[in-house]
Design a protein around this ligand. Structure first.
Ligand code: SAH
Length: 481
């Protein structure tokens, strides 16, 4: 048992869910942020519980063979990347192991094909969306960057290692412009000031850029209109900046974007592609943040779905329909369901944008919409089901419904391998065998890992085969029972 302010020396042998190193000393578990597997460190206990505590890293006494210098100078304070101090190869190995171990331990499954994790060739500058809070530092200077992990103090950083390279220049222009016109950043305490956040979205394939000012007002202040037109004009001198927007958020809230936007120059959206599907992206749209890896992930999902053009498919938790539209070209019909109405509106618009006419989208909870659809359309045979749930995984009612629909294949896209493993176990009990598991690194330097799994229905034929094998082995029928 250790207490607050004790200094301990320990070797890290695991990584926790938030990327913190985990080590043991005399049976006492200590979580040490910024330490990685293989490091021997000294840490000061900052919070002590009976069986475990949290330590602040004081010194790396012996670095892990996987330790590297973080590319980003503020990696430790920022908290956006938890694994930058670990070589990319080691990150991939850690993530692949995590997926496999969870499926084996939580899922209780061992008999599946496990493919090597798909990583990025260049694991930097991949994010196509960044939201920079704007504030004042101690000296009254304008600061733009990121909130220090779990706090509201802003760390100055305009050239994030995983963000788009163009952003630093755009932010500098905005900072100079704010100084010139005395445009004040929003102050969370006094609720005064205008500029809350700068949102920048970049099209990976199209190179289109959107700059969106999130302001503390419900309309553009008339006295500042000319100033906004000036910065919009300046930003658009870069031909890639095709959209300058203002988003109105005058509420006392942690939510970054308000519900209303106005376009002050160019278009009100940018376009980008995933595969050959085009998407219109507005400030409020959900869009996958790593388009390069998303394409690889969804291509795997498509491959696992094994479509020939005649299938009827459900895409559950479909968001803006990225997977639905990806599958639609190779299927007879795709149904999508999603709880956020705005996302379904985007999905429908994206279908139109791509001349896709064989999709149909429903707003609602998957676990309610799908059973209702199944009971109203008992003759509609569903060949393939794709699920891409949020971290908490699938609702059990939904898994039962999927099994009752008797589709041959289920493709499970997951952002949390623990809930994935739990659900695979349930599906196993419902007659769906986990056949293939493919991890994909969507978010290099973070602890997150995506996984695509192919599940296949155990058909009565499969049982016959087993019986035949038993016959061949000359087992008596009594033994078989
Ligand atoms: N494949 C999607 C992203 C899926 S993320 C895309 O690429 O756009 C998971 C989605 O599930 C989110 O959009 C979330 O709004 C939605 N969701 C959460 N709970 C749900 C539920 N009970 N029923 C349907 N959708 C739900």
């Amino acid at each position: 048992m250790y207490k607050k302010d004790d200094v301990v020396t320990l070797t890290i042998d695991d990584i926790g869910v938030d990327g913190e190193g985990i080590g043991k000393i005399d049976g006492y578990t200590v979580f040490v942020k910024d330490a990685i597997i293989g490091d021997t460190v000294t840490a000061k206990i900052i919070k002590a519980k009976k069986n475990y505590g949290y330590g602040r890293l004081l010194e790396v006494i012996e670095p892990s063979k996987d330790r590297v210098n973080s590319v980003c100078p503020v990696a430790r304070q920022c908290g956006g990347c938890q694994l930058q101090q670990m070589s990319y190869e080691a990150q991939l190995e850690f993530k692949a192991n995590k997926v496999r171990k969870n499926i084996e331990r939580i899922g209780g499954l061992t008999d599946f094909e496990f493919f090597p994790i798909i990583g990025m060739d260049k694991p930097y500058n991949y994010r196509n969306k960044a939201q920079y809070p704007v504030g004042l530092d101690k000296n009254g200077e304008i600061v733009m960057g990121f909130y220090a992990g779990r706090t509201h103090s802003i760390i100055s950083c305009t050239d994030c290692a995983i963000g788009a390279r163009e952003n630093a220049h755009i932010l500098k222009m905005i900072r100079d412009w704010m100084s010139k016109y005395s445009i004040k950043p929003y102050n969370e305490v006094t609720k005064a000031g205008l500029i809350r956040h700068i949102l920048i979205r970049n099209g990976y394939h199209t190179k289109e850029i959107m700059v969106c000012f999130v302001i503390n007002a419900n309309k553009l202040p008339s006295k500042k209109e000319a100033a906004f037109r000036e910065i919009a004009g300046k930003l658009c001198e870069d031909k890639n900046v095709v959209s300058v927007m203002v988003n109105f958020n005058d509420e006392d809230t942690n939510v970054i974007l308000g519900r209303q936007c106005d376009c002050i120059s160019g278009k009100s959206y940018i376009e980008d592609y995933i595969g050959d599907i085009k998407f219109g992206i507005s400030p409020l749209s959900f869009f996958q943040v790593n388009p390069v890896q998303t394409e690889k992930l969804y291509k795997k999902a498509l491959e696992f779905a094994g479509l020939t053009g005649n299938e009827t498919v459900w895409d559950m938790y479909c968001g803006i329909g990225t997977i639905s539209l990806f599958l639609a070209k190779n299927a007879k019909k795709v149904y999508g369901v999603e709880i956020v109405p705005q996302a379904i509106e985007d999905a429908r618009n994206n279908a139109i944008l791509n001349n896709i006419t064989n999709t149909e989208f429903f707003v609602g909870k998957a676990e309610e919409v799908v059973p209702e659809f199944a009971s109203k359309n008992p003759d509609t045979r569903i060949d393939v089901v794709v699920v891409d749930p949020p971290r908490k995984g699938c609702d059990e009612t939904l898994l039962n419904t999927i099994a009752r629909m008797q589709s041959e294949r289920v493709v499970y896209v997951s952002c949390d391998s623990a809930t994935l493993a739990r659900d695979l176990k349930i599906m196993d009990g419902l007659g769906y065998k986990t056949v293939k598991v493919q991890p994909v690194d969507q978010f290099p330097h973070s602890v997150h890992v995506e996984t695509v799994v192919l599940l296949s229905q155990q058909k009565p034929d499969d049982y016959v085969e087993v019986e035949l094998e038993l016959d061949e082995l000359d087992v008596t029928s009594a033994e078989r029972r």
